[in-house]
Design a protein around this ligand. Structure first.
Ligand SMILES: [Zn+2]
Length: 122
């Protein structure tokens, strides 16, 4: 289980709002629906945010063990993770401004950066 602080430290500060929102949802799922989301890894890959986790309900993580209400909330959370990963492809990892997912400069690395940070990396 990766704590919020470590998740935030795993990628650039520009993506912090995305991670903060996901952890806020995780806290709510725990308190309001007795659902545990275990974050396993948060990282950048091909210039995009990757948020790996698994779900559990009292130690189990078999989908049909969830109640209908829990499943509804889980589906909402799953779609928010997908949305965060997609948004990160348009969000500068350094500062959170509108960014482009590309091979900036000649570093050989695909990153999502705004024009300012893309120029600084060249
Ligand atoms: Zn930037």
């Amino acid at each position: 289980m990766i704590k919020r602080k470590d998740a935030l430290d795993s990628v650039g500060k520009g993506w912090s709002p995305l991670i903060v929102c996901l952890y806020k949802m995780i806290d709510n799922l725990k308190v309001d629906y007795e659902l545990d989301i275990h974050v396993e890894q948060v990282k950048e890959k091909f210039g995009g945010l990757r948020f790996y986790y698994y779900e559990s309900n009292d130690g189990e993580h078999i989908e049909n063990e969830f109640t209908e209400k829990q499943l509804l909330e889980l589906n909402n959370f799953r779609s928010k993770v997908v949305a965060a990963e997609q948004i990160s492809l348009h969000m500068c990892e350094e500062c959170g401004s509108l960014g482009t997912n590309a091979n900036h400069g000649h570093t050989g690395w695909i990153k999502t950066l705004c024009t300012v940070h893309a120029q600084m990396c060249e």
